[in-house]
Each structure stands twice: as C-alpha cells, then as structure tokens.
Design a protein around this ligand. Structure first.
Ligand SMILES: Cc1cc2nc3c(=O)[nH]c(=O)nc-3n(C[C@H](O)[C@H](O)[C@H](O)COP(=O)(O)OP(=O)(O)OC[C@H]3O[C@@H](n4cnc5c(N)ncnc54)[C@H](O)[C@@H]3O)c2cc1C
Length: 446
C-alpha cells in the first residue's frame, strides 16, 4: 500500500471530491470488504482478513471520474461493489485500497418503446428494474436468485445466469447485454459508451477492466408465471420428468430438481416435504395443464401453487439456484457446493458419481439452455471435509465429462472455463493500463 505521505495526499484528494461519501469507520471497512465467499471454506480462509483502507460512495458520475483519477494517479487498488452478494469474493479488495459502492446510481434512464431495450444505472436493483418493466408489459430475461437485492451492474460483472436460463441461456450469450457506459482508469479517466460488441469484454470480468455506470439490456414480454411443484418417489424417474418438462412445448422460466434430503431442509414455500424428490417450475399459464399431464402420465404428485405474484415475498425463485445452498447452509454451515454442466446423456454421469459418492453428495439440478440446447446444470451439495476431499470429488466430476465452474477460486478464468479471454485482457490494457481495478482477479493480467 501507500507510504504515509502518499496516503495523506491521496486521502486529501479524495476528501476534496464533492458528491462523495467517505466511510472511514473500521466496521464499515470490514463490512464492505466482504461478500458471500464463505459458501466456500477455501475462499473463507483466503479472504476473511482482506480489508479496504477506504470505502467511498459516489453520488454522481463526476465523483466516479475523480475517484478513478486519484486511484490511477497514486496506483491505489480500486474495487467496485454493487450489493455485495457475489459468491467468489469478486468484490473483496484482496490488495486493500479503495472499495467504491455503486448503490447510489439507481435511475432508469431510458426505455425504448420500439425495441423495448432498457438503459439503467449500475446500482439499480434487479428487482426494482423488473418491477418497472412489468408496468411496460416487459420483464428481465435473466435474474439471479438474489434478484431482490443484487444490482444490475453486479449481475453483469459478477453473475452468469439463473432464473430464466432454461429459456434464455446465459448472460454472456449474445443478445442480452446491448451496451455499457463505462468510466476508464486512464491517465485522464473518461466516460465512454460501449456498443454490444465492445461490452462483451466487460461482461463477467469482475469489474477488472472498467467501472460500469450504466447498462443497456434487452427485455422480453412479461408473463404471469405460475408456480408448480412435482413430487416424485424415484430419483431416476424425477430426472426423466425434469427432462420431459424442458423438452415440451411449454413456456418455462425455471425448472429445478432437488433431491429429497434437500427438500426436507427447505422452507415450506413449495409445500411440506413428503420425503420425495421435488421439481420446482415457473410456467406460463397455458403450460400448467401440460405439466400436470406429464406428472399424471408418470404417476407422480402434481401441485399447482398458483400465480407467482400471489405468493407475496416467498416464492419458488428463492428456493433455487444458489438459494438452495443458502437454505442448506442455514441449517448446517458445513455444506458447500459445486457448479457444473453435466455431459449428455446426463444420467450416465449422475449414476457414475452416485456409484462412488452415494449419499455423500446431494443433487440439485437446474435446467439451462446452452448454445441452443437444453442441458442440465448441477449445483450439488457436499459436506466440507477438507480441500483434498473436495478436489477428489471435482476430479471425479471431471472424469465423467462435466464442465466444472469452480466456485472455490478467486479469478475470472479459474471460475470459468479455465482459459484466458484475450478480449478481457485487452480491455484492461485499454481502460485500466496501470492495473488498478480489482487486482488479483484477472489471471490474464500480468
Ligand atoms: C444466495 C445466493 C444466490 C445466488 N444466485 C445466483 C444466481 O442464480 N445466478 C448468478 O449469476 N449469481 C448468483 N449469485 C451471485 C450474486 O448474487 C449475483 O451474481 C449478483 O447478480 C451480484 O450482484 P451484486 O450487485 O451483489 O454484485 P457484487 O457482489 O457487488 O459484485 C459482483 C462483481 O461485479 C463487480 N461490479 C459490481 N458493480 C460494478 C460496476 N458498477 N462496475 C464494474 N464492476 C462492478 C464487482 O467488483 C464484483 O467483481 C447468488 C449469490 C447468493 C449469495
């Protein structure tokens, strides 16, 4: 970090910025240096002691430009924070320095009534944006299960998909992100507008190559989603029904399958556990009877819980994706998890893993569309028994052909496909030539 006199100069500059809140209390510095990395015992050990030296909250883009100027001038690390709900320590300042909170930027700047594209400031909550869109007869295509609390730019920079992925694939698929307004960290920071093509390099780059101040997204027609739960005694039959549902001509927004031992531990928002494996679905109104037919054909229990909006605060959405892990951890914090795309046919990989690991892992599946094909993603739960145990499990998954997205690592690349994305690195060279933004998170940056 900075020596004493540089630190004083830097702080003096920061204090002079109007439209900037400076949070100097140690409790704030600690609080805003954390996210939900403790889902991983490995990251917990690595990141628990990381702490910002300063926390700032800009109230205008001008203030962002001035913070960017001072950080690059004094080469002080700058880590951007949305709502801080990431799981991999994405907004943890591993080299200290400044954490900049973007939650003051909440305006919805424009809704194009012809294309239905929406332009919104970085810190707007996804839930608030979705509510606004519903008034226009539109909705967001993709949402993390943290949709009520997470920010738009945090989802772009740190997220990948979630609710809606069964239909719309993943955030990095072309067509979702249409543009970004970005503040650079050059000698003289600029506010620039990126089109869809040049925005790609900042999508899921953990805020390492530009400060996002506004986002333009595509939207889709709003649907009055209905909640359905299907309970099934036999695990293999449950997997088959899951696949029948995703292959049918019904409009789905969510299709999850949880092993019975998970269902037992969840809040009862989808009905009481009956010791069976459970599918949780969000389906368009005209698809409910088809799902019922699939359930009846297989002789399993079908429950139409009704329109989603009638459920108030506690919906199926918050039982799925990483909220499943959250509920399990609230019962026993030894639970941790993996994330992966299963090879096809999925059942072979599932059987091979079950043969060796049996009830040591609990299955949690999410339906996703990957490059135009319906696939099964898995977020299996496993009790923490040390790093070797987890590594063995991951290797077994790799051996059966799964593509792992390791949630126990801190770099963009290691958590993704393991390869360096030269566009992301080039964008860092262009917009953050001194490597000030979120250092240590982009492996391709020397
Ligand atoms: C229970 C639980 C469930 C989850 N479910 C999902 C899920 O279904 N799908 C999913 O994808 N994720 C999921 N997540 C992870 C996370 O909640 C989401 O990715 C969320 O969208 C992150 O938004 P945030 O505002 O909290 O971002 P933060 O955690 O604040 O930041 C995430 C990353 O984005 C960067 N960033 C934030 N704002 C900016 C900006 N303005 N400019 C540049 N970089 C920025 C940060 O530096 C950081 O690297 C889950 C997490 C939890 C705890």
């Amino acid at each position: 970090m900075l020596n004493r006199s540089n630190l004083d100069n830097f702080l003096e500059e920061i204090r002079r910025i109007s439209d900037l809140e400076l949070l100097l209390r140690p409790a704030d510095q600690k609080r805003f240096s954390r996210d939900f990395f403790d889902y991983s015992p490995i990251l917990k050990e690595k990141l628990s002691d990381c702490c910002a030296d300063f926390v700032v909250k800009p109230l205008s883009v001008e203030a962002v430009l001035l913070v960017a100027f001072s950080c690059q001038k004094h080469e002080v690390p700058l880590t951007i924070r949305g709502a801080g709900t990431g799981n991999y320590g994405q907004c943890v300042p591993i080299k200290g320095g400044v954490v900049m909170i973007m939650t003051s930027f909440t305006k919805i700047r424009n809704f194009d009534s012809t294309t239905c594209e929406v332009t919104v400031e970085a810190g707007c909550l996804l839930g608030d944006l979705n509510k606004y869109l519903l008034f226009k007869g539109r909705q967001l295509r993709l949402l993390p299960s943290t949709w009520r609390t997470a920010s738009v730019a945090g989802f772009i920079a740190g997220g990948s998909g979630g609710i809606g992925s069964v239909k719309w694939g993943f955030l990095r698929d072309p067509g979702h992100l249409l543009g970004l307004e970005v503040v650079t960290l050059e000698d003289c920071p600029r506010k620039i507008q990126l089109d869809a093509r040049s925005s790609e390099a900042l999508n899921h780059a953990y805020g390492t190559n530009g400060i996002i101040t506004a986002v333009t997204l595509s939207t889709c027609d709003a649907v009055d989603w209905h909640e359905v739960a299907i309970d099934c005694e036999d695990f293999h039959a449950a997997v088959e029904i899951f696949q029948s549902c995703t292959k049918s001509a019904v409009d789905l927004f969510l299709c999850s399958l949880l092993e019975n031992k998970i269902v037992e531990c969840l809040p009862s928002w989808s009905g009481k556990s009956r010791g069976k494996h459970r599918l949780l679905l969000l389906v368009a109104p005209d698809g409910v009877t088809t799902l019922e037919r699939i359930a009846n054909r297989n002789g399993v229990d079908f429950c139409h819980l009704g329109p989603e909006e009638k459920q108030g605060g506690n919906g199926l959405r918050e039982l799925t994706w990483n909220h499943t892990t959250l509920h399990m951890r609230s019962i026993d914090s030894k639970w941790t998890y993996l994330q992966m795309l299963l090879p096809q046919p999925e059942i072979n990989a599932i059987n091979a893993i079950n043969k060796k690991w049996g009830d040591k892992i609990l299955w949690h599946f999410e339906a996703v569309r990957q490059q135009g094909v319906q696939r099964m993603a898995a977020l299996p739960l496993v009790k923490w028994e040390g790093p070797k145990h987890l590594e063995t499990l991951m290797n077994d998954f790799r051996k059966v052909g799964t593509i792992l997205f390791n949630p126990h690592v801190i770099t963009v690349e290691d958590g993704g496909l393991g390869v360096i994305d030269s566009d992301q690195v080039q964008a860092k060279k262009d917009y953050d030539p001194k490597g000030v933004l979120n250092p240590g998170k982009l492996k391709g940056w020397p």
